[in-house]
Design a protein around this ligand. Structure first.
Ligand code: CMP
Length: 264
């Protein structure tokens, strides 16, 4: 199976392209009117779409194509045209950039209920980063040609997307601040807090590998492991296979704010 969904295929219409590319059975990407109400409730309850009138919501449902992706699938690459907007139903999507010599930096992990791909859809500019399925994922995919006229007809939805773009800028400036002003433990603590804010249950268990954390905060995997083990010895975190459980959020917050080194 090829690993990349080409932009040419995306141009053919996202749902058909995904289906053709992955051999996904028709029912898995069927017209969302036939998608279970549980999945549609992700859209209905979504803070961006919750205020839409029933008619506008029905219109949005006609545009949203349900898609299933395998872990590791490249959804788009930096520089591709932005043909579609995505909403994550289940799973996690990794937003990352890579250098020609193979180094990788993770900008964000996008989880259930979150939107991605809005920057190039709204601006008409190429994709600003790579989007890769970090686990098996279910997405709603909305074609740009349908989304743009829709968002123009819904001023309150346009405002929500302005807020999202402001949030992206804020997050990016926070990351720059952390890289320039914080020491390594402070950066790691900030990343754990950011990730735990959006994790389930109760914002404590973060599903992430130490390699991914290293690509997110710009520390070696060995340094990440050493630091996490020191924090685990204090009972501030617990290390699990492929996950980190934050046991003492107040202690981690203190580290993030102080940016101080802590070797246990
Ligand atoms: P787009 O540029 O269309 O494709 C890549 C997507 O990744 C982008 O839209 C945003 O949805 C998301 N993205 C890009 N940069 C960041 C960032 N710094 N933090 C979080 N998400 C980002």
């Amino acid at each position: 199976m090829r690993e990349v969904l080409t932009t040419e295929m995306m141009g053919k219409g996202t749902s058909a392209a995904f289906r053709e590319f992955y051999g996904v059975p028709q029912e898995q990407t069927a017209d969302p009117r036939r998608v279970s109400s549980g999945k549609l409730s992700v859209l209905r309850k979504h803070p961006y779409f919750v205020d839409l009138t029933p008619e506008a919501f029905e219109q949005l449902c006609r545009y949203a194509k349900h898609t299933v992706l395998k872990r590791g699938t490249t959804i788009f690459s930096k520089g591709d045209p932005g043909n579609s907007l995505m909403v994550v139903i289940t799973g996690t999507v990794k937003i990352s950039i890579s250098s020609p010599d193979g180094r990788n930096a993770i900008l964000n992990l996008i989880g259930p209920g979150e939107v991605f791909g809005e920057m190039s859809v709204l601006s008409g500019q190429p994709r600003s980063a790579d989007g890769i399925a970090n686990s098996n994922c279910e997405l709603f995919v909305i074609d740009r040609r349908e989304f743009l006229p829709f968002v123009r007809s819904q001023p309150s939805l346009a405002m929500k997307f302005i807020e999202l773009l402001c949030e992206r800028v804020r997050q990016t400036s926070d990351q720059v601040e952390q890289v320039i002003l914080q020491d390594l433990p402070g950066r790691l603590a900030s990343a754990l807090l950011r990730l735990s804010d959006k994790s389930e249950p109760q914002g404590r268990t973060i599903t992430i590998t130490q390699q991914e954390l290293s690509e997110m905060v710009g520390m070696t995997r060995e340094s990440i492991n050493k630091q996490l083990r020191a924090w685990a010895a204090h009972n501030w975190v617990r290390l699990e296979h492929g996950a980190i459980v934050v046991l003492d959020a107040a202690a981690i917050k203190e580290l993030a704010e102080a940016g101080v080194d802590e070797d246990g």
